[in-house]
Design a protein around this ligand. Structure first.
Ligand code: PMM
Length: 323
């Protein structure tokens, strides 16, 4: 596990760069069909109100998305994505929120940054749109490059790995090279293992357990485990039925605490309040581990100092007074 504290990519506002804990990104899906909260915040007014509620619950930044990335999802026309996302980005920014835009399209990223977003969260890591790297470079926004192998309609067929941790790390490192070649600066970049994207349940746990392998690449790491299928399978009932998305929030918070203790820069979640506590637990755990390395213990079974004599009771009683 890396001992370096989370670093902050440029250009986040000072209110976030000064925090010495993992950031909490609240999800605002302006979509009718996301797997986790489909349709609930589809109207711009509802989406903005939801975002404000997440801020009140402790979100540090909000991730606004207009296209579902769930397995099997079909694409939304770019004009429709712009129509969904831009008013919400603008209103939340005007209300003082730090806003990220969740998009794989360069055009949407550019327009959202124009409307006030300071983070471009691209689940395709630049693979879905050849213009994305160049646009990300031009905006100068923080750019989240997630590990991705294909859109929702095909990703479940692309989940073959030799060694999931090494393969994801190496494919992300290749994306970094390509993005740098497009002019993106290293300081803009955040990396994300892409939990659940072209990864069946069993592939997600090694990625979480070895977050240090990604952190070791030297860039901040974002973790998006919230309400995902692998948590549903973990919490399946006696008949093997996966827990529904709204029953996965406690497990999500547990992952948030562990990711924070491992040194994640940010966790992306739907239910903010428990994760706002969880990242504080993770930060305290991490700080204590780093500041209190345990002294070496003597091997079990070797001689220990003699036990002190047991205290007498009552303390004034002596053999002579008892006699
Ligand atoms: N997951 C989803 C959407 N966007 N962005 C990043 N960086 N990482 C993720 O893991 C991620 C993401 C899918 O979840 P949702 O449809 O419930 O928002």
């Amino acid at each position: 596990m890396s001992e370096t504290p989370p670093t902050h990519p440029a250009p986040l506002p000072p209110s976030l760069t000064s925090l010495d804990r993992t950031l909490v990104m609240g999800v605002v899906n302006v979509t009718p069909d996301s797997f986790s909260d489909g349709g609930r915040w589809f109207e711009p007014t509802a989406a903005v109100a939801h975002g404000m509620r997440l801020l009140a619950e402790g979100a540090d930044l909000l991730d606004v998305g207009g296209e579902s990335t769930r397995p099997g999802a079909s694409r939304v026309p770019v004009e429709e994505e712009l129509r969904r996302v831009l008013p919400v980005v603008r209103e939340l920014t005007d209300a003082g929120a730090v806003v990220s835009v969740d998009t794989t399209r360069a055009r949407v990223a550019q327009a959202a940054v124009g409307a006030g977003a300071v983070v471009v969260n691209d689940v395709s890591g630049g693979l879905a749109d050849p213009d994305m790297g160049r646009v990300a470079a031009a905006t100068g926004a923080v750019y989240v490059a997630m590990h991705w192998r294909g859109h929702g309609d095909v990703m479940d067929d692309l989940a073959t790995y030799d060694d999931v941790v090494a393969d994801v790390r190496d494919e992300l490192a290749a994306r970094v090279d390509a993005l740098l070649a497009d002019g993106v600066r290293l300081e803009q970049l955040v990396l994300d293992p892409g939990l659940g994207f072209a990864k069946p349940g069993s592939d997600n746990w090694p990625l979480l357990a070895h977050l240090d392998a990604l952190i070791a690449l030297g860039r901040p790491v974002l973790v998006g485990a919230s309400r995902k299928r692998f948590l549903g399978h973990l919490l399946a009932d006696a008949a093997g039925q996966p827990a529904p998305p709204h029953r996965r929030d406690d497990a999500t918070a547990a992952v948030s605490a562990l990711a924070a203790a491992a040194g994640a820069w940010c966790v992306r979640v739907h239910d903010v309040a428990p994760t706002a506590d969880a990242v504080r637990v993770g930060a305290a755990w991490r700080a204590a581990r780093d500041t209190h390395p345990p002294a070496a213990a003597p091997p079990l079974g070797t001689a220990r100092p003699a036990d002190p004599a047991p205290p007498r009771w009552p303390p004034h009683e002596t053999r002579s007074t008892r006699a």
